[in-house]
Design a protein around this ligand. Structure first.
Ligand SMILES: [Cu+2]
Length: 163
């Protein structure tokens, strides 16, 4: 009996973090842990998050992406005078030499517009990211709950609907 609670906690932690596709690489660029939020039925937009690492000695640039389930845009959410706003980064996003950029709710995100179907928790969806130097990288987003704030064990926590 003394291990039962521990076992339960472990099982819960594992179930709260569904199989995550971990790393996708091309050249000096490594894309880690892409995840997306599930979308409510009828929603036309969704959002995706990941971390991009540049292991090279020269800067690179994420210039855009594509997917068969949506149009992929690079967005930045920021807060000015307490008002959240987001804008599309039409010129892409610079990734410093030996640097990394984390996409997360409330900051950088990939915006999936013109969704052809809702994103359902537990599924994986594929997209291609294009880098100026590293080229195209096909990545797979793990779809987390609608209120998910990250890929950790607290992924199901409701933290508002920031994108
Ligand atoms: Cu956006």
């Amino acid at each position: 009996m003394r291990y039962s609670l521990f076992t339960f906690a472990m099982a819960f932690a594992l179930s709260a973090a569904p199989a995550l596709a971990q790393e996708f690489k091309a050249g000096d660029i490594v894309v880690e842990k892409p995840w997306a939020r599930a979308t409510p039925k009828g929603a036309e937009v969704g959002s995706g998050y990941l971390t991009i690492q540049n292991k090279g000695a020269a800067p690179d640039r994420l210039t855009g992406g594509s997917a068969d389930f949506a149009t992929v845009e690079i967005h930045q959410m920021s807060s000015e005078n307490g008002v959240s706003q987001m804008r599309q980064l039409k010129d892409g996003l610079n990734i410093q030499a030996n640097g990394s950029v984390a996409f997360s709710p409330g900051g950088y995100h990939l915006m999936f517009t013109h969704l052809t179907h809702p994103l359902t928790k537990g599924e994986n969806v594929k997209a291609t990211l294009n880098f100026e130097h590293a080229g195209a990288i096909e990545v797979e987003f793990s779809v987390m709950g609608i209120g998910a704030s990250g890929t950790g064990a607290t992924g199901g926590a409701m933290k508002g609907m920031k994108m």
